[in-house]
Write a protein that binds this ligand. Sequence first.
Ligand code: THU
Length: 136
Amino acid sequence: MGRRALLLVTERDPLIAAATRARDNAYAPYSRFRVGAALRGEDGSIHAGCNVENASFGMTICAERAAIVRAVADGCRRFSALALVLDGDGTPCGACRQMLHEFAPTLPITIARPDGTVVRETTLDRLLPEPFSTFE
Ligand code: THU
């Protein structure tokens, strides 16, 4: 294995671990579907979020958007990777794809199961080929 691949794994695994820890804190009493997300800032910082549901179901915030608002509040707006941890083969919902696009149009995304198994490696531009944007 080359040096670059090793580096990628060492950057990816702590991100998956942070997303898994956030997933443990998910508040999902209605769907019982817990999701954790962790963004890596270009400065190496990690910002995690989980889904937070509400009795008024439409108020629910997804893990990815929770991670974005946390990162921005922490002063981080430039991202190099996202790890998403959930059961099954899910991908970020459309609303989260659009919100991620605002800050990182080509964001590399790793999707993993709670046991750490990586099920997909993709990028945001593959998941959202025609984003809405008001900037070039
Ligand atoms: N959910 C996320 O957190 N991220 C997604 O990309 C899709 C769905 C959450 C919202 C809700 O709490 C639960 O998963 C079931 O839809």
